[in-house]
Design a protein around this ligand. Structure first.
Ligand SMILES: N[C@@H](CCC(=O)N[C@@H](CS)C(=O)NCC(=O)O)C(=O)O
Length: 213
């Protein structure tokens, strides 16, 4: 156990971006204060939360050591990984590769799958063009991951923050109209990561939920 009790406070709701950080903190075995921000009730729009993140989105991580509120989940993963020298490669070439896949997650997997959820799950039937567009784009992105995972167990050479960034989004595949059996490498990676004790602990921080549908 890292001796950093309550150094961190996590402003959280159990969404894919929130779960990236609860999984990372579980992997690091760090105790922290969990502060629910119910985005279903617009709690992210209160003036006190907007002071913590001008973009009014969860997750936000407060670190007492630097007295700062951190936004953007992919950056928070990188920050924690640098701070605790964990779950990321050290060598320059491997780090260059890591940064590209982390940006790929932040720029494509999160935003596009998020739009898929919006049109295809929460507002199904309202915008057929948008549903088709984001289901197609989601399939295209799963194909990219499928190629990347050919012959490898993890997205980098070993389990890392890139898997943590990607996994909670893939965990929502039933909402995305994705047939996971079509992506055998993604499925096998998905199940390997799902079986990690820390992933289950971090994912279910709010109580048992849909882990492997
Ligand atoms: N790029 C941001 C995205 C964060 C984000 O979209 N958070 C969502 C939940 S997953 C949220 O807070 N939504 C509330 C809102 O849009 O007002 C990150 O990776 O942290």
């Amino acid at each position: 156990m890292i001796d950093s009790k309550k150094r961190f406070s996590l402003y959280y709701w159990p969404t894919p971006n929130g779960r990236k950080i609860s999984i990372m903190l579980a992997e690091l075995d760090i105790e922290y204060e969990l502060i629910p921000v119910n985005i279903g009730n617009d709690e992210q729009l209160t003036p006190s939360f907007i002071k913590k993140n001008l973009n009014h989105k969860i997750p936000v991580l407060y670190d007492q050591k630097i007295d700062a509120y951190l936004m953007e989940s992919a950056y928070i993963l990188l920050y924690l990984s640098d701070e605790f020298k964990a779950l990321a490669p050290e060598h320059r070439a491997a780090r260059i590769e890591m940064m590209q896949w982390l940006f790929f997650q932040a720029a494509h997997i999160g935003p596009m799958l998020g739009q898929n959820h919006h049109f295809n799950f929460y507002n199904k039937g309202k915008a057929p063009y948008a549903e088709e567009r984001y289901i197609n784009e989601t399939n295209r992105l799963y194909s990219v991951l499928e190629k990347r995972l050919e012959g490898r167990a993890f997205i980098l050479d070993s389990y890392s923050i890139v898997d943590i960034a990607m996994w909670p989004w893939i965990a929502r595949y039933p909402r995305q109209s994705i047939d996971l059996s079509k992506y055998k490498n993604v499925k096998s990676w998905y199940e390997t990561v799902a079986n990690r004790e820390a992933v289950q602990r971090g994912y279910n921080i709010f109580g048992p939920s849909e882990l492997i549908p």
